[in-house]
Write a protein that binds this ligand. Structure first.
Ligand code: ADP
Length: 478
């Protein structure tokens, strides 16, 4: 058999798919979180520091303006020193800001400022060396312009913080959405995998169960459908192979039995006729005790002949469809004929048979010999399994589906629940009764074939220790 995806392969495939989605989601979430961290780090470590530095620069500019104005009025050298220290601090802050900014767009106003500061610083330092200076070392409008550039830079940096915060918010929402989508898809794949796996397992198992049940109940079954190419498919294939082998063996056994039966039948007939001749005293007078033994031998021969006939009938049923000589039958005639034939058996066992046939029963169409055989088998069994002075009830009635239902009830040992589905199987004899009662286990099997060939049904109800009722239904005429 050609192996497709095995069960392990299928599980692995679904697991792999689920893992791809799961780890894909994790990867996506990781990269988003990483970007979120980068953006917030940028805001915290760079933008806020730049804003602080810009504030310091503005403070220093104001300090420089204040000191140089005071110096012009009071001419105290400490104002000159304070101006230089403010200028140095301003310069340091400006350098820090430019280093932090790198090649960023926001660096442009500060770069302009740095360029002009470099030119202005040397002029201012030269002017500071002269004692009779009349103007400010750095003109007021220059300081104002620098202040404006710092303000422009601050605005740009604040806008950048707003944009980065919006991006932070957007990416956060995106991460949440993709995370939820990923989890939902993984869950979905998991559920689809579970459903499809359960479905893939259930169907072939149901097929196999059907086949095994039919085999155990009827002794034969139709081959099961091979629904997949995995281990279940292999199991179904092996089951079908087993069925084929069993069928072959059954056929060989059946052929052998019918050959044996035919071979035994002829000598048996010769022996029976010979006994008949001796019994009839055509060979000379026979004593009473000789007659008794001859009678015994004839009864045993009859038993063997009945057994052979059952074996032949059962094997014929398997090899060819039942031939029915259909006639219109009155159900009550079947009952009367059966009771006549079982009367000696009833007498021998001390069992009584009561019968109740519903009035105005419709006629049935069937083969009288075959249907007679079915009813005879059920009544004989009921008598056989009844105790002395028990009563067997035979009932015939019409059911709602328009069939005539025959039932035979006894108060015998009953049949254990577990064995009830098996009693219609070939050669089956109930384990608890096997040693106490003789039989072949073929009567009910043959009866089932006959009833089903008439389009009817045969079934039973039994309670161990209380008795059994066997039913069969035959469709009524018209
Ligand atoms: P046989 O009676 O020749 O063994 P059957 O096919 O008629 O064969 O019956 C099969 C088996 O079913 C019997 O061997 C017996 O174990 C069980 N059985 C049938 N009828 C009854 C019954 N009325 N009560 C208890 N067991 C029964």
């Amino acid at each position: 058999m050609n192996r497709g995806w095995g069960i392990l392969g299928k599980i692995f495939m679904w697991q792999a798919l689920s893992a791809v989605v799961f780890f894909g989601t994790i990867g996506l979430l990781y990269s988003n979180t990483h970007q979120l961290m980068q953006i917030s780090e940028q805001i915290v470590t760079k933008s806020y520091r730049l804003l602080d530095t810009a504030k310091i620069m503005v403070d220093r500019l104001l300090a420089m303006e204040e000191k140089e104005k005071k110096y012009l009025v009071l001419r105290k050298p400490e104002y000159k020193e304070s101006f230089v220290s403010a200028m140095n601090e301003f310069e340091t802050s400006l350098r820090d800001a430019l280093t932090l900014l790198g090649a960023q767009r926001e660096a442009v106003p500060l770069e302009n400022l740095a360029r002009e500061y470099a030119q202005t610083k040397s002029t201012a330092l030269e002017a500071m060396d002269q004692d009779d200076v009349k103007d400010l070392w750095i003109p007021e409008d220059t300081l104002d312009r620098w202040g404006r550039w710092i303000s422009i830079f601050k605005e740009m940096e604040e806008r950048r913080i707003v944009t980065a915060s919006q991006e932070l918010h957007r990416r956060g929402r995106m991460a949440l959405r993709w995370g939820l989508v990923g989890i939902a898809v993984s869950l979905g794949i998991g559920m689809i995998a579970a459903f499809s796996f359960a479905h893939a397992v259930r169907r072939p198992l149901r097929e196999l169960r059907r086949g095994i049940r039919a085999l155990s109940r009827q002794g034969s079954a139709e081959p099961v459908k091979i629904l997949s190419e995995d281990e279940f498919g292999e199991l179904a294939f092996a089951f079908n192979e087993m069925l084929h082998r069993l069928g072959e063996e059954e056929r060989m056994r059946s052929d052998f039995l019918s050959m044996l039966t035919h071979e035994i039948k002829n000598p048996l007939t010769t022996v029976r006729e010979s006994i008949g001749l001796v019994e009839g005293e055509s060979m000379g007078p026979v004593t009473e005790s000789q007659k008794r033994f001859l009678n015994l031998a004839r009864r045993e021969l009859d038993r063997i002949a009945t057994l052979l006939e059952q074996l032949l009938r059962a094997s014929r049923l398997e090899s060819q469809p039942l031939q029915l000589d259909l006639q219109v039958i009155r159900p009550t005639d079947l009952v009367t004929a059966t009771l006549q034939r079982t009367a000696p058996l009833c007498q021998a066992k001390g069992v009584a048979v009561e019968h109740a046939v519903e009035n105005d029963l419709p006629h049935i169409v069937g083969d009288p010999d075959h249907l007679q055989r079915v009813l005879l088998n059920l009544v004989s069994n009921a008598i056989k399994f009844s105790g002395e002075s028990d009563i067997v009830h035979v009932q015939v009635e019409k059911n709602t589906e328009g069939c005539v239902v025959f039932s035979v009830r006894d108060h015998g040992p009953g049949i254990p629940k577990a064995e009830q589905p098996l009693v219609f199987g070939k050669y089956y004899r109930v384990s608890t009764l096997r040693d106490r009662f003789e039989g072949t286990g073929l009567g009910l099997h043959i009866a089932k074939h006959i009833v089903e060939a008439h389009g009817g049904k045969i079934w039973m109800e039994s309670e161990p220790g209380k008795g059994s009722t066997f039913f069969f239904s035959v469709p009524s005429k018209g």
